[in-house]
Design a protein around this ligand. Structure first.
Ligand SMILES: Cc1ncc(COP(=O)(O)O)c(C=O)c1O
Length: 452
């Protein structure tokens, strides 16, 4: 057997184990990780033996994120078709920075980009970047925003930096994701300088509390709150921002996908009128890590902030991928996006989105039916549930993680300790939801049972 056959066989066996194994790794699996700490071999070793070691020590210590009952953070499972495309693209090993050097993967990315803009209902002329995740997508889109607003004010930020630049006002929500705030810091716009708009009980920006602004200005809104799934009121905020001449950026790490389902699209109403958008493909589109996407209506602003030139880097008539990304060298992320969209089609994607939201509603209904408090309006695929006070809720979360049927994490939502359920995986079936719900209710009963 060749090494690649062996890897495929081991990967397949691993994936098949996920529906019946415990979601969190067993303590024995974690304990074996210490065997990785060995001296660096002085000489070459047998790759087949190293692969076996990787599988035998590494696989049992993984969290079953690729399986059907992992509901932590906001994490998708790679669709089998995208694992296959990823393997082939890895074998191609194309450094997808330059069209001339990588015509195949550069072309596939162009197709994937056009399909993405179509399915997400975004302006077809937008520029797009295939990056590592929503963090980098926010960074990339906000770099274009910084360029666009400062260029209008007569300032060349790429050439001069922010030394002596006209002050740029940034507006964010009190519920902006910390990676968006971090992106502002990385762009020299400051993590603590933005004007912060208060939110309502679902985490939506309050339109009645929008500040007075002057350009240059960037207004950041959110499509899909990490805890509640709620959307900022895009039509009202965008109209207000446009009146002031500001750039509007949307962080839609998972919520932007709502536009691809006719059932969910009303949540994303108005979002397409913004100037830039960030989302993830590794969340709700279910492609392998890592895969994020930035889109910018004015593609020239994106190019101005990202493109570089060097005598040894060939220019081309066609779209040059690295003109749109912080990286020059990178893997062909667009291949997995192309595979996911081509194999799901419009209806398969809408079905994946609707199905996961239906599962989230079933969790909410089952938990509230048993007397537990669901803290959010379950409009998307996120559920927040409290099992009484903070200590009891934390004990239930720990008990559920220990039980292993499923995995959920915790958070504090507007002062209340809560368990988060995020349903993002293509693999989750109704039976997984029922099995997980039963485990949650069993653990909650055990934790809250009065001691005699
Ligand atoms: C709204 C929002 N923005 C940004 C991010 C960061 O995404 P990533 O971890 O892919 O960089 C997340 C992650 O869940 C998110 O929910």
């Amino acid at each position: 057997m060749t090494l690649l056959d062996d890897a495929a066989r081991r990967a397949q066996r691993y994936l098949e184990s996920l529906s019946h194994r415990r979601v969190a790794p067993l303590p024995e699996g974690l304990a074996s990780l210490k065997k990785f700490f060995e001296p660096l071999p002085e000489h070459p070793t047998d790759p087949a033996e190293s692969l076996r070691r990787l599988d035998e020590l590494g696989s049992p210590a993984t969290m079953a994120m690729a399986g059907p009952r992992f509901f932590g953070f906001v994490i998708g499972s790679a669709l089998p078709a995208t694992v296959a495309s990823n393997w082939l693209a890895t074998a191609w090993d194309q450094n997808t920075g330059l069209f001339d050097a990588t015509p195949s993967t550069s072309t596939i990315e162009m197709v994937a980009l056009a399909w993405l803009l179509d399915v997400l209902g975004l302006p077809p002329e937008s520029g797009g970047s295939f990056v590592t995740g929503a963090t980098t997508a926010n960074f990339t889109a906000l770099a274009a925003a910084r360029h666009g607003q400062l260029a209008r004010a007569g300032w060349d930020v790429e050439a001069q930096g922010l030394y002596g630049a006209p002050p740029l006002t940034v507006v964010v929500s009190a519920e902006a994701h910390p990676t968006l705030i971090k992106s502002l810091g990385m762009l020299g716009l400051g993590r603590d300088r933005a004007l912060v708009v208060p939110v309502d009980g679902q985490g939506r920006m309050r339109v009645d509390a929008l500040p007075r602004i002057q350009t240059p200005a960037i207004v950041c809104i959110q499509a899909g709150n990490i805890s509640t799934g709620a959307f900022d009121p895009a039509p009202e905020i965008i109209a207000w921002a446009k009146r002031a001449g500001a750039w509007v950026h949307v962080d839609g790490a998972f919520g932007l996908w709502a536009a691809a389902s006719s059932r969910l699209a009303p949540l994303a109403r108005g979002v397409a009128d913004a100037d830039s958008w960030a989302t993830d493909a590794h969340k709700w589109l279910n492609v392998p890590y890592d895969s994020g996407l930035a889109f910018v209506r004015d593609a020239s602003a994106l190019r101005a902030s990202m493109a570089i030139h060097a005598a040894y880097l060939p220019r081309a008539e066609q779209r040059i991928p690295s003109d749109y990304t912080p990286e020059l060298s990178r893997r062909a992320r667009g291949v997995d996006v192309w595979m996911a969209l081509r194999t799901l089609g419009r209806s398969g994607l809408a079905d994946l989105l609707d199905r996961t939201c239906r599962h989230a509603r079933r969790f909410a209904e089952g938990l509230s039916g048993a007397g537990h408090e669901v803290l959010n309006d379950v409009v998307l695929n996120q559920v927040l549930v409290a099992f009484g006070d903070a200590e009891t809720t934390d004990r239930v979360i720990a008990g559920i993680q220990e039980d292993g049927t499923c995995w959920c994490g915790g958070t504090t939502w507007q002062g209340r300790r809560a368990m988060r359920i995020s349903v993002c995986s293509w693999a989750t079936a109704e039976s997984d939801v029922e099995m997980s719900l039963a485990a949650m209710l069993r653990v909650a009963r055990d934790v809250t049972r009065p001691v005699r």
